[in-house]
Design a binder for this molecule. Structure first.
Ligand code: CMP
Length: 742
């Protein structure tokens, strides 16, 4: 995006002799939007106006974020779309020159519900919040115009966010938009009573409601319904009185369709009628809460789902649809890491897989994301089965480091997808191709990285990028253990055990070997160096048995004394004394083995893993404390990758970056992929330099005692969401309630 103040435009226009006398006000006034704005108001705001220029497909305003500008389109076109509950883009409307958008900036103080993107090069007039407030205060007609547009557009957003309407074709959708009304409720409002005549259908846009039925003269809670659900359909489609009373549990936003409008629309659109009728029949034939315990579970799951959705949404924001599948970027498009990393994607699928396999309302969403990610990762695999460190949006390899754990991650992602697809009855027609890719990946790793003499996978680099991991590391070996275990499950589910015999044989005993080799005295170690010496230093990778174990099935990992000792060691040594949270290893500045990464400090995704571990092993309060600390560093609910302090950053700059030591570590020849081009190194160096320069500017202008990097990091959100999931799983387990959350 290019930004320039409006005088620059005026200056250019005035260079033409015929236009020399034109003033900024006159130019602006020629736009339809400003027709009714009094000239003195225009004079006041005109100098604050800006021109924003966007290139094709550039995101102008993203859903989930607050608007910063109100825009009038001067040239080009803007497409406004919603990411639907199944994570496809659904265009709501497009905005042509002389029309405006971004009115939410003054009318609602909520984050945007839709995303605006430039279609072709587009030039927009940008008005800041202050100026637009002055404008609407000066002109009633402009104010009305803004309000009407807001209501119309909000209605479209609202309807598309209800699953039964998400995929509805434009014609029926428009008919519904015309007849629907928004109803706001307060906590305790009775929406209707059992026995009433059914006069309308309600859809829940925000909030939740309780459904009560009078049985044996007592009101029994039979269901809790939340966002995306509808109610009041039974009386309409079955032609009976209301069979239950519905009460709002909080401030709800409901969309209401009157019976006469409903009847007219469904008469002509049988598919819509059928989908509503099916739900009504399901509700008649059971699906009722049987006791208070079930009601508590249902409520907990609604709340969990709501919280998870925020993080799944951020993951979706980092997802780019491409012809080769969904490219899950490490951060938002346009930021520091515009690549797809198989490792980060695998960690995200650890959480998405769990949600997809659960009974949570978002299981379909999670499954669709998982399917898209798997498709993209499948497209990245080299013909010999290999996956590298990272890929561009067109699935071309962009790796710098060798990172031998990535083949495990690639296979893991495909296995999770195959297992979830089977579970949900959505096995893809090309499942054979996925199974082949799993086989080729595993065979590649066994041939290239597995050392028969010690029965372990050898690596030069992996999670910490630099040479710190050369040898046999706990992270890499547990990553392969996870891969082998998932392959065994896939082989069973897809009836191809004999094809995978060799791989399954290798898995036998591998878990035990890994555990034994990495145990010294009463705790685990992070690595055996190439010469066989043990690397005893503390490292977050010591969490690997938990992390990879719970990435398979929940009961694969059980804690023993060795593991709890190890976790104590991790916490005692790696907890950041100033900022809290876990560092990934100790800050050995100027140590050639250690990559300090812009100043040492804690990392959010690893700290979230520590919270997961505490929840999983029943230390719920401690898990909560850790999550609270993470929350302290979140901004607008975004979580970063890692943090440091201005002093430590300064130390890094002077001792590591300016002296060239960091570059020597980052680009040491033995850790980089073979045949790396200098172009790629320069590209990476440019990313690093611009991000460090930016931090220097932040420090100069700021007063915070900490700095954050890569906000939001998709991976941090995935681990945080997994922690939320494990917390509720644990709480339900402890309360003795039967459930199938994992
Ligand atoms: P209706 O009979 O029109 O009014 C009461 C509504 O409560 C009913 O439609 C359904 O929408 C809802 N309802 C009734 N039974 C259930 C159930 N078992 N689960 C979920 N919702 C229900």
């Amino acid at each position: 995006m290019k930004i320039f103040p409006i005088h620059e435009l005026i200056y250019t226009v005035q260079k033409f002799p015929l236009l020399q006398s034109l003033t900024a006000c006159e130019i602006v006034q020629s736009l339809k939007f400003f027709e009714d704005v009094p000239i003195d108001c225009l004079n006041e705001v005109v100098h604050d106006l800006h021109i924003h220029q966007f290139s094709n497909n550039e995101i102008i305003a993203r859903h989930g974020r607050y608007n910063e500008w109100f825009y009038i389109v001067l040239s080009g076109k803007v497409s406004v779309f919603m990411i639907t509950p199944d994570y496809t883009n659904s265009e709501l409307y497009s905005i042509e020159p002389d029309n405006f958008f971004g009115e939410d900036i003054v009318i609602s103080n909520e984050p945007r519900e839709s995303t605006a993107m430039a279609c072709g090069e587009s030039i927009l007039l940008a008005v800041d919040a202050q100026s637009i407030k002055k404008i609407i205060a000066s002109s009633t007609r402009t104010n009305e115009m803004l309000n009407n547009a807001f209501l119309q557009r909000k209605m479209r957003n609202n309807l598309r966010s209800i699953p039964i309407f998400t995929r509805l074709n434009e014609e029926i959708f428009n008919e519904i938009v015309d007849v629907v009304n928004v109803v706001q409720t307060k906590k305790g409002d009775v929406i209707f009573k059992q026995g009433d005549t059914g006069d309308a259908l309600f859809m829940i846009r925000k909030g939740d409601v309780s459904v009560y039925r009078t049985m044996n003269k007592k009101d029994e809670l039979i269901s809790l319904l939340a966002e995306g659900n509808f109610f009041g359909e039974m009386a309409l489609v079955l032609g009976e009185p209301r069979n239950a009373t519905v009460i709002a549990n909080n401030n709800c936003e409901l969309l209401k369709i009157e019976k006469k409008d409903f009847d007219t629309i469904v008469l002509r659109h049988k598919d819509l009628y059928d989908s509503i009728h099916t739900v009504a029949l399901e509700r008649v034939s059971g699906h009722e809460l049987v006791n208070a315990e079930e009601a508590i579970v249902s409520k907990k799951l609604i709340e969990l789902n709501r919280k998870l959705n925020k993080h799944i949404d951020i993951i979706a924001q980092c997802t780019f649809e491409t012809p080769k599948g969904s490219a899950l970027l490490a951060t938002l498009p346009g930021s520091r890491y515009p690549y797809v990393y198989p490792r980060d994607s695998a960690c995200a699928t650890r959480m998405l897989y769990r949600v997809a396999m659960s009974t949570l309302r978002s299981n379909d969403i999670a499954f669709r994301l998982l399917a898209g990610i798997a498709r993209f990762i499948y497209s990245c695999q080299r013909s010999d089965g290999y996956w590298g460190q990272r890929y561009g949006l067109d699935a071309t390899e962009k790796s710098i480091y060798k990172q031998e754990d990535n083949v495990a991650h690639g296979v893991t992602i495909l296995c999770r997808y195959c297992l979830a697809a089977k579970h949900k009855g959505h096995v893809p027609i090309d499942s054979e191709d996925y199974i082949n890719a799993v086989y080729n990946g595993a065979m590649f790793a066994i041939k290239r990285y597995y050392r028969n003499e010690i029965h372990l996978f050898y690596s030069t680099t992996s999670i910490h990028e630099s040479a710190i991991e050369e040898g046999y590391s706990i992270w890499v070996n547990y990553a392969y253990w996870c891969m082998l275990s998932l392959i065994e499950q896939v082989a069973q589910e897809y009836n191809c055990v004999s094809r995978f015999e060799r791989i399954i044989d290798l898995k036998e005993g591998f878990g035990r070997i890994v555990k034994n080799v990495f145990t010294i005295d009463d705790r685990l170690i992070r690595r055996l160096k190439p010469d066989g010496e043990a690397d005893l230093r503390p490292d977050i990778t010591l969490m690997s048995p938990f992390f990879f174990g719970t990435g398979i099935v929940p009961n694969v990992f059980t804690e023993d004394a060795i593991f709890s000792n190890t976790m104590k060691y991790v916490e005692d040594t790696l907890w950041d004394p100033d900022l809290g949270m876990l560092q990934r290893y100790l800050p050995f500045i100027e140590d050639p083995d250690t990559h300090v990464h812009a100043g040492n400090g804690p990392w959010v995704q690893y700290t979230a893993m520590l919270a997961q571990y505490n929840y999983f092993t029943g230390k719920v309060e401690k898990g909560d404390t850790i999550i609270d600390i993470i929350n302290r560093y979140s901004v607008d609910e975004y979580l970063c990758e890692h943090l440091t302090t201005p002093e430590r950053f300064h130390e890094f700059l002077t001792m590591e970056w300016l002296s060239g030591k960091d570059v020597n570590k980052e680009f040491a020849s033995d850790i980089m992929v073979d045949g790396i081009t200098y172009d790629l190194i320069v590209e990476e160096l440019n990313h690093m330099k611009s991000s460090y320069d930016q931090i220097k500017r932040t420090i100069d202008g700021g007063t915070d005692n900490y700095l954050t990097f890569a906000m939001p990091l998709m991976w941090s959100h995935a681990e945080y969401a997994m922690a939320l999931l494990l917390k509720v799983w644990r709480e339900l387990l402890d309360s003795g309630v039967k459930h199938n959350l994992l």
